[in-house]
Design a protein around this ligand. Structure first.
Ligand SMILES: [Fe+2]
Ligand SMILES: [Fe+2]
Length: 373
């Protein structure tokens, strides 16, 4: 006998399946057609920029502006080729739809790294193809899953240099490659794929810890050296620029050295990917914001955590996108950020800049009324 009542889980599954069917239908023909049209128009106008590869350019990039502005983020999509797994591809397309639906549009979109799962050209290419459908300009950051098959060759071909800076409405932005590892592969005679798979393992102890490294720290020192200490500064890094949990590489080995370069500034916001969870921390003048993944949520590390802003409910096994999503960052003229976690299938959660600025005393994030949904 079929019950006329549907459980919450059944409704979730039906809604999700319908959404995915719609996206899959769009995906095969329309997405490619739209992408080709966008790319064609961009090439025709001669304005391809490796870090802003849509047709819309960042307006007034140098003009100081005392108004807050909005940046969208999408991160950690971990794409496989479609023939192996299209769930993560559909999830990235869902994020692109979310961002394209924002009104007004964000000034730009930050992609937070780990676009690919195993750094393979086809994984990166399909990711680039999907991201080209974003209406706003895109700023790309690299993650370890993008890098360790060919040491960044394909990623650089598609997106340009992984380390760069730019100014937007009076705020100085820096993008770092924070997943530099020491050579653990040559001595062990690992193939490129063995190297990639070693890095891709969350708790694989053979790999070295991530770092920003001497070369980029020298570049960062020079890049920031010309700026007055009052300059609002936002840094994007794939791994958190602090030491959270070493066994999972939620960790940047030279974090203290990087932090000391940032110390002269009054306020610095660091926005990172890699941890796939709601995560907020503050160390001195530096405010840290973790981004959600579109692919899966990691659990919280069992030790070394900063004070949690809000307990992430445990992932619901009936809901493949539980704990996943995208979000926006409202960047204020003082470089502090109001962060919105757009959790798919749950209520969005906002972390106010005043919460971190007051060391947790003001504007605590709202607790969900129901723990499980
Ligand atoms: Fe990731
Ligand atoms: Fe990562």
């Amino acid at each position: 006998m079929t019950s006329k009542f549907k459980s919450i889980e059944t409704k979730y599954m039906e809604t999700r399946e319908a959404a995915l069917r719609a996206l899959a239908g769009l995906n095969r023909r329309d997405f490619l057609r739209v992408s080709t049209a966008v790319l064609g128009a961009t090439l025709a106008r001669g304005i391809v920029n490796p870090h802003a590869f849509s047709t819309i350019q960042v307006a007034n990039a140098q003009a100081p502006d005392k108004q807050p502005f909005r940046v969208a983020y999408i991160s950690d999509s971990h794409l496989y080729e479609r023939k192996l797994n299209d769930r993560f591809i559909n999830a990235l397309m869902r994020a692109v739809d979310d961002v394209n639906a924002l009104d007004p549009q964000p000034d730009f979109v930050l992609y937070g790294g780990d676009l690919a799962q195993l750094g393979q050209p086809k994984e990166l290419e399909i990711g680039a193809q999907i991201l080209k459908n974003l209406k706003a300009p895109v700023r790309m950051m690299v993650g370890e899953h993008d890098w360790y098959l060919d040491l960044g060759e394909k990623w650089r071909d598609l997106f340009g240099a992984p380390t760069y800076s730019f100014d937007h409405k009076g705020v100085h932005f820096v993008v770092l490659n924070s997943v530099v590892e020491k050579d653990f592969w040559s001595e062990r005679k690992l193939s490129p794929m063995q190297r990639m798979q070693t890095v891709a393992g969350l708790d694989n102890s053979v790999q070295s810890p991530f770092s920003v490294g001497d070369e980029q720290r020298a570049w960062l020192t020079a890049d920031l050296g010309k700026l007055p200490a009052t300059t609002p500064l936002v840094v994007f890094s794939h791994s958190p620029l602090y030491k959270l949990y070493r066994p999972w590489n939620f960790w940047t080995e030279d974090a203290e050295q990087v932090q000391s370069i940032l110390n002269k500034f009054k306020n610095v916001s660091v926005v990172h990917g890699h941890t796939h969870q709601l995560l907020t921390n503050r160390i001195g003048n530096i405010h840290f914001h973790g981004m959600l993944s579109t692919a899966w949520p990691w659990p919280y590390a069992p030790q070394g955590l900063p004070a949690l802003t809000i307990q992430m409910a445990r992932p619901d096994p009936f809901n493949p996108h539980d704990g996943c999503g995208d979000g926006t960052l409202t960047v204020h003229p003082d470089a502090l950020i109001d962060k919105l976690y757009n959790l798919w299938n749950r209520n969005p959660i906002t972390i106010s800049r005043n919460y971190l600025a007051s060391k947790g005393q003001k504007e605590p994030p709202r607790q969900p009324a129901l723990k499980s949904f």
